[in-house]
Design a protein around this ligand. Structure first.
Ligand code: TXA
Ligand code: MG
Length: 320
């Protein structure tokens, strides 16, 4: 499958209704023209995603928001102004022209302006919205490099636009602004604390709610290796049990927080919560490359982006 660093190639593919994997600051997206229902139908097929699950529309700039959404409340405008371009998705009432295929039949739409120079240039040149889920198959680990996309979706994408590794490494924070008060549907690149400062009040977490968003299913972002979330002081016992059962065991923890007992393969340790977010999906892929049966994962402290890292680890370890 062709890999290019030229945004004109990507725009040409989008214009003719093709699929382009493109970089964002969070993860690589699998993009299609958000107004082209045939392209969107193929997107869902490749992604193996149920038709009822909506996809995010990526916009070139905050000022086109009202072409895609209606009844935009003040907190949403504040969030867009402060966080875009950035790792924040707003769920809003959709404008009439937005197709059911993008929204999964809902009357709401997820919108975001990504903070990635190549993506922004592609979107500006394309001039429309680009619908894009993460460029992995349903339920698998999200890609953070062009090579990740190629290994996951080989042959099913018309072009991979290579913008290098993603700087944030975790998906966007999703904030539902359609209710009386904003609610976070998915933790991500913009910390909850920042959202609360901007909207000027506490924001509910509805990440286990009835909203059928795939990134909120118990088991998601999962490598083949079993992910077991542990605290530092539990590592020895957990490792001993798995090793005794003849399993190949790995450890992922912030540097300096946990020692790998003998026999345990210690993965490259992130230095802080941002670095943990940045490296997380690459480490989950390493776990599979190394043929691990079990990955013991010690989450970072659950504040700021650390909360999103802890969330992904828990879901990676969720029941399959
Ligand atoms: O960082 C990101 O958000 C990446 C990059 C590519 O932008 N995209 C991403 O897309 O993670 P995806 O499809 O893997 O996850 C998007 C999530 C899904 O859980 C989806 O259900 C939810 O956003 N979503 C989209 N539109 C929605 C809506 N109208 N209401 C509720 N949830 C929505
Ligand atoms: Mg995803």
């Amino acid at each position: 499958m062709p890999v290019s660093t030229d945004l004109d190639d990507a725009v040409a593919v989008l214009r003719r209704g093709g699929l382009v994997a493109f970089p964002t600051e969070t993860v690589y997206g699998l993009g299609a023209d958000a107004m082209n229902v045939d392209a969107l139908a193929r997107l869902y097929r490749v992604k193996q995603r149920p038709a009822s699950h909506p996809v995010i529309v990526h916009l070139p700039a905050p000022d086109v928001l009202d072409e895609w959404a209606t009844d935009v409340p003040e907190p949403a405008r504040d969030l867009a102004r402060e966080c875009w371009p950035g790792a924040l998705t707003l769920v809003l009432r959709r404008a009439a022209r937005v197709t059911d295929v993008v929204t999964g039949g809902r009357d709401t739409v997820g919108l975001r302006v990504p903070d990635q120079p190549l993506a922004l240039a592609m979107l500006a040149s394309f001039g429309g919205g680009v619908a894009a889920p993460s460029a992995n198959r349903f339920g698998r680990v999200s890609p953070t490099t062009a090579a990740d996309v190629t290994s996951d979706l080989d042959g099913d994408v018309d072009l991979v636009l290579d913008g290098g590794p993603c700087t944030v490494g975790l998906e966007s924070t999703i904030v539902d602004c359609t209710g009386d008060t904003p609610a976070i549907l998915r933790l991500g690149g913009v910390p909850r604390e920042r959202v609360e400062v901007i909207v000027g009040g506490l924001v509910n977490l509805r990440t286990d709610g009835e909203v059928a968003a795939p990134g909120t299913l118990a088991s998601h972002y999962a490598p083949s290796a079993r992910v077991v979330v542990v605290e530092s002081r539990e590592v020895d016992v957990a490792a001993e049990q798995s090793l005794a059962a003849g399993e190949r065991v790995g450890l992922l923890a912030l540097s300096g927080t946990a020692e790998g007992p003998p026999g345990v393969i210690v993965l490259d340790a992130p230095t802080d919560a941002d670095d943990y977010a940045h490296a997380l999906y690459a480490r989950l892929r390493d776990a599979d490359r190394l043929g691990l049966d079990v990955l013991l994962a010690v989450p970072p402290p659950a504040s700021g982006i650390g909360a999103a890292v802890a969330d992904r680890l828990t879901r990676a370890g969720g029941p399959r």
